[in-house]
Each structure stands twice: as structure tokens, then as C-alpha cells.
Design a protein around this ligand. Structure first.
Ligand SMILES: [Mg+2]
Length: 258
């Protein structure tokens, strides 16, 4: 890790000249729907080097690219390496045409059909848990029943939360998994979100870059930094705006003000 810095410091530093710039999204370039300072400048100046490596498991590259374009961050879908999409592609490769119980947002459910998977909640061969904003009590009960029956459950990413626009944590896939695991002791049958190295390896392959030719920007050392280090890519910790350097990677707890 090379220290917690602002995105402006990165843009003015030596790493911006690397052949491939791999960047986390939430908390690094975006906070919810808010574009963080200098993110647009990073995209404008380094679009040809830039690859987003995100544990996002609610979008496909196409749906996220459309949203980013609306926010003034024009990046093609091929530049977005996302945990949910990549996990589905891997699952389809491991289990071609499988009946899958999907706990996922509409973009991933549509992708599953396009790549030949067959959504089936009654008699699935495998289940996949992604960041599903519609996940409710009935979904949890069904997922528990499937896991109890021995249906393998894939987990797109283990993040318990990601920061909202004001730093308030928003629930992520790992929080849904924690609810399952609290009731049924089960381990994920597959998955590839950071801190696993898979997404970084995919981005390097797409970029045609050696690890020494790349740099990874992220706001979370435990996931972004660990994934980068596992592949031998230099990691730069980006300090979220308004976050003291010493607390950039830790939870913030304070008195609630309603
Ligand atoms: Mg992040």
C-alpha cells in the first residue's frame, strides 16, 4: 500500500502514467449517485488506461455504463469488471444451462437468461446470491431451505456494506449472506469478489497489462488492497472525501443525529 491520498494527488503523481489504471468505484469515484471530486477528471484524462474493478453485484456492465454516462463518467461496458456479472459468467461456464435460483436484481436476472441459465426457484441445481434490493423475508426463508437441502449457493461478493453519499453504510451482499449463515452453517460454493484476486486478474487480461504495469486505486485496503497485492499490483489507498487519513479504512461510529 502506498498510503491514503486524495484522487487529485493521484492525478498529479507518478502512477497515472501506468499502462493500466484499475479503480474501485464506490467510495473511490462514486458515493451512491454522487460523483466524488476529481473522478470526472480521472475518466477524462485516462479513459484509455482505466478499468473499473468493482464488487458491484446489482448491475451488468451495460446498465452501469448507462448510469455512469448520465453522471458524466463515460466508460464503455467493456471497461467495467463487476463481481456480479463476472460471477454469473463463471457460474454459466461451470454449470452450462443449469437451473438457478437467482437472488439478484433485474439486470443480472436478464443476463442469466441471455447466457443460457434457467431461472428456477422450485427445483434449482444451484443458487446465486447477489445484491438484491428486493430481498425479503420470504427470499431468506427460501434461500435457507435451499442451503439446508444441499443446493450449492454462490456468493457474488462478501462486502457487508458500501458507503452512501454521506458515508452512511448501505447493505451489501455480505449482509444478506450473514443472515443466511446465521441460520444455516454453509460456505459459499463459488464467488470472486474482492479480496479474491479474480477481478483484478480479469482486468489485467482485458488491458493486456503485466501486474508491474498497473496500479490499483481503492478506498478499502481489506478488499481492494488485498486483491491488488494478491496479483502483485501496486495499490494506492484513496481517501474518501471528508475522511481523516487514519480512519480511511475503518468503520465510523458516532452518536446518531436524526
Ligand atoms: Mg470501495
Amino acid at each position: 500500500m502506498l498510503g491514503g491520498i486524495d484522487l487529485r494527488d493521484f492525478l498529479e503523481g507518478p502512477w497515472a502514467g501506468r499502462r493500466a489504471i484499475l479503480a474501485d468505484l464506490d467510495g473511490c469515484l462514486l458515493a451512491g449517485g454522487t460523483v466524488l471530486p476529481q473522478a470526472a477528471e480521472l475518466v477524462a484524462r485516462h479513459a484509455r488506461q482505466l478499468w473499473i474493478v468493482s464488487n458491484n453485484s446489482g448491475d451488468t456492465g451495460a446498465t452501469l455504463a448507462a448510469r455512469l454516462a448520465g453522471l458524466g463518467l463515460p466508460l464503455g461496458p467493456e471497461r467495467l469488471v463487476l463481481a456480479g456479472e463476472q460471477c454469473l459468467l463463471r457460474l454459466a461456464k461451470a454449470h452450462p444451462g443449469a437451473r438457478v435460483a437467482l437472488f439478484a436484481a433485474p439486470p443480472l436476472r436478464a443476463l442469466a437468461r441471455r447466457i443460457g441459465l434457467r431461472p428456477d426457484r422450485d427445483c434449482p441445481e444451484v443458487a446465486l446470491l447477489a445484491r438484491d434490493p428486493g430481498f425479503d423475508f420470504a427470499d431468506l426463508a427460501l434461500l435457507m431451505a435451499l442451503a439446508h437441502r444441499g443446493v450449492p449457493v454462490w456468493l457474488t461478493n462478501a462486502d457487508p456494506s458500501h458507503p452512501g453519499p454521506d458515508g452512511t453504510p448501505l447493505p451489501e451482499t455480505g449482509a444478506l449472506w450473514a443472515a443466511l449463515a446465521a441460520a444455516v452453517p454453509v460456505a459459499p460454493a463459488g464467488g470472486l469478489g474482492k479480496p479474491a484476486p479474480d477481478l483484478v486478474e480479469t482486468a489485467l487480461r482485458l488491458a493486456g497489462a503485466h501486474p508491474a504495469e498497473a496500479v490499483f486505486l481503492g478506498d478499502t485496503d481489506a478488499t481492494d488492497g488485498a486483491a491488488a497485492r494478491a496479483v502483485g499490483v501496486d495499490f494506492v489507498l484513496i481517501r474518501r472525501p471528508g475522511t481523516p487519513a487514519a480512519a480511511a479504512d475503518g468503520p465510523r461510529v458516532g452518536a446518531a443525529r436524526c
